[in-house]
Ligand binder design. Sequence first.
Ligand code: GLY
Length: 352
Amino acid sequence: MAACTRRDFLRAGAGAAALVAGTGLRAGGAEPPGPAGPRAVASGNGLRATDKAVEVLRAGGGPLDAVIAGVNIVEDDPEDMSVGYGGLPNEDGVVELDASVMDGPTHGAGAVASLRNIKNPSRVARLVMERTSHVLLVGPGALKFALAHGFEEEDLLTDKSRAAWLRWKETLSDRDNWVPAKAESLPEQLRSVLSTHGTINCLAIDASGRLAGVTTTSGLAWKLAGRVGDSPIIGAGLYVDNEIGAAGSTGLGEANLRTCASFRIVDAMGRGATPEQACLQVLEAVAAKAKRWPGLCDAEGRPSFGLEFYALNKKGEFGGAGFFEGGRYAVHDGSENKLREAAYLYKRRPAR
Ligand code: GLY
C-alpha cells in the first residue's frame, strides 16, 4: 500500500482554516450576518440554478420548489453532459438518470435511480416523496411511475453525447472492429476523452430557515447498465436536517457510497463544525479510506478521483470543498450570485 507523504495535505478543521489562509486560497465559507436566507449553494455547474432558486424563494416559493426549479435548468440543457438531457450514457449508449430530493421541514425524501427517457428525474424524485409511501424507485418501476404522473418519454441522447459515446467505444481497444474517426475530423471537445462524471447538487434556505436539497445526474459515463451512484442515495449524495443544515456531493459516487458523506457532513455541522470545516473533515476521512481502494489512490496514497462536497447550515453559512485545488462552487448569498473557490485537501500535482 502506498504511503501518503501529506506534504501538501491541508488538514481539516481549525488547522485547515489557517493553512488555507496561509496558501492564499480564498476559501468559500462565509459567516453572513442577519437572516439565514434566501440563499442557495450548488456545484460549479449550478450558477443558473442558484440564481433561479433565490428568484423562486423571493417570489414566495418553498425551498424545495426553489432547488428543483434551479436544477431543472441544467437537466434541460443539452450542453451540460453530466445531467438530464444530453447527459453521457452508459456503456450501451443509453442515458440512465439518478436523482434525490430532501425537504427539511418534513424530513421527507424521494429518489429515482436508473431512470431512462425522462429528462427531469428531480421532479420524479419529488413525486416519489410526495405521492408514495416509498423513498426510492428504480429502473422500469421508476419509469412506470413517471409515466403515470404524465411525464413524457424522450430520447435523452443528443448528437453530441452520442458522438462522445461512439468516440469512447471506438477507442477502447485496437482488437475489436470499431474504428475511430480521425481526431482532426472531430470537434475539439471530443478529441480527448470527456470528463466521465459530473452531477448537480443544489441546496437552499429561505428567510424562515427552511432547508431543502436536490442532487441529479446522468452518473458515471460509460457505466454498466443498472449502475447506481451516490446521487439518489439519501445520506450519500444528499442529506438535509432542518435543525442543522444540508449537504450534497458531486464526483465519484462509489467513493461516497462507501462513506455516506452527506450525512456525515450534516452530522459534523451538528457537532459544531462550520460548513467548510465539515466538508474538509469528511474529505479527510474519505481520503484515509481511499488508501485501501486499489486503483483509486495514486503512488503517494492520495485519492486519484474527484469528490466535491457542498454544505449550507441553518444560519445560512455555506462552504464547498474538494480533494484538489481549483474547484469552484456556486453561491447566491442573497445579494450576489457567483462562483467561489472551494477549499481543498491537496494542491494539484504539477504537470510532468
Ligand atoms: N456523483 C455522481 C455519480 O457518481 O453517479
